[in-house]
Design a protein around this ligand. Structure first.
Ligand code: GDP
Length: 446
């Protein structure tokens, strides 16, 4: 994730301020230097870094810490506020009928983002449709269609039509029931006349309410030129930053936002249709600074829990206290499947970013979809006693369950092994007693 190290390096510097009630210039310089180092390392444009540094320095020295606030908390608050100002607001996207055009270079993540955004809008109760006009990149049609199927959203494309404008025309006709139309356009490997001309034509015909520029987080300094070219051609209202899961950078995109006088709309954090987040400056910066983003996490958990189907009286907190049964494991797998990779979830919990995950076995939570489906079938063939206490399952019972479920005995052993691993992990959390995990659970309930 972008600026991954900022939180920890900054905390180190801030910790040195512990016990101080006033800051001197040297203290402020140390904090500012740390921030500069992180931001420049993450490809944030140097002039943006300079502006931010000046504001932080000035405020930290001029403003009196409110009574009862330590110097450390005071400067952290200033850093937080200034960083929020640096990344800017989130692109306004009302939850109502609209057309959104996606532009960007080939490989930036447009096609993926179109399906992800459609999925996101569908979770808000709207009916989105993706119109695929990328006739340049072979495979774009098929990829887009498949992702839209996975996202369970409407899709229109025509692999035999070469004229993108014609596709938009037909696409509008075919998707009249949709509220949100997301028009995906083709990219080229570099900026060129042809690309820009085609984009202008599509934009002229589709008359979108929003033009979003899709940028790979690793773009670096090239962002400015790209943003200017796309901005001059069609005007850019917002930026989608993709592949934030794969880079420690991402700051280059801020230059694009600045250049086009726009804002950030969405963040892409993985390859599946659900790996998207609506950009939310406060939460984003809280996470960067290691304050965690409980709001996002709570939303994800809520969404995940809703998706676990007909709910009995399963309560995650019980799991944290008592025995970890196969019933719990099943719920846990379903919830996790809906929530996204555990590592991303952990990143959002204050104090959990990084560290803890490294201590867990890599495959502790590696439950792929097909394995999960098998596990579900197997569990259906188990007795209540076995689900409550999987340790009773020996060779004989395994044979019976294999016959009943039609799955191999190996698969059943895998299930039991997976359960044991997850149980160990839960025990680790339980070992935290009244610490972070329980506090987190409490806060999420509020
Ligand atoms: P397009 O040419 O702009 O339409 O780009 P694509 O949507 O085809 O994306 C290019 C590649 O980047 C594909 O392999 C995607 O799976 C991948 N990709 C897109 N967004 C993300 C993301 O947020 N995270 C990761 N890890 N990969 C992404």
């Amino acid at each position: 994730m972008v600026l991954d190290n900022l939180g920890s390096s900054l905390r180190g510097t801030l910790d040195q301020l512990q016990g101080k009630s006033r800051l001197d210039e040297e203290d402020v310089d140390a904090v500012v230097k740390e921030i500069q180092r992180s931001l420049i390392g993450a490809d944030v444009d140097i002039s943006l870094v300079q502006d931010l540094s000046d504001s932080i320095r000035q405020r930290a020295l001029d403003e009196e810490p409110p009574a009862g606030t330590t110097a450390r908390d005071h400067v952290l608050k200033i850093v937080y506020e200034e960083m929020v100002a640096l990344v800017g607001d989130s692109t306004e996207l009302p939850l109502e009928s609209q057309t959104i055009l996606l532009a960007g270079l080939q490989g930036s993540g447009k096609t993926t983002s179109a399906a992800k955004m459609a999925w996101w809008f569908s979770t808000k109760g709207l009916r989105p449709a993706v119109i695929q006009t990328d006739t340049f990149r072979p495979g774009a049609y098929e990829q887009s269609k498949q992702m839209c199927e996975r996202a369970e959203v409407d899709f229109y494309g025509d692999p035999d039509e070469e004229d993108p404008v014609e596709i938009v025309r037909k696409g509008f006709e075919e998707t009249q029931e949709a509220d949100i139309r997301i028009v995906d356009t083709s990219g080229r490997s570099g900026l060129n006349e042809e690309l820009i001309e085609e984009l202008k034509e599509i934009e002229g015909f589709a008359t979108p309410d929003r033009n979003l520029l899709v940028l790979d987080a690793a773009i670096g300094q090239g962002a400015k030129d790209q943003a200017r070219a796309f901005g001059d051609a069609v005007g850019i209202d917002g930026v989608v930053i993709t592949k934030l899961d794969g880079t420690a950078k991402g700051g280059g995109a801020l230059a694009a936002v600045n250049e086009t006088d726009s804002t950030i709309a969405f963040l892409g954090t993985g390859e599946t249709v659900q790996d998207i987040e609506r950009f939310e400056p406060n939460g984003f910066i809280s996470r960067l600074l290691g304050m965690g983003d409980l709001k996002q996490l709570a939303e994800r958990v809520e969404r995940a829990m809703q998706g676990t189907g007909e709910d009995d009286d399963w309560d995650p907190e019980d799991m944290m206290q008592g025995n970890f049964t196969l019933h719990d494991m099943r719920k846990q797998m379903q919830a996790m499947n809906n929530m996204g990779p555990l590592e991303q979830v952990m990143d959002m919990i204050p104090g959990f970013g990084g560290g803890l995950m490294d201590q867990l076995p890599d495959d502790a939570m590696d439950v792929t979809k097909s394995r999960m489906l098998d596990f579900e079938v197997i569990m259906d063939s188990m007795t209540e006693e076995e689900l409550e206490n999987p340790r009773v399952v020996g060779a004989e019972r395994t044979e019976r369950i294999a016959r009943g479920s039609g799955k191999s005995e190996e698969r059943i052993s895998e299930l039991l092994e997976q359960h044991r691993m997850m149980e160990r992990m839960i025990k680790q959390f339980q070992g935290m007693g009244d610490g972070d995990m329980q506090r987190m659970m409490k806060r999420m309930e509020q």
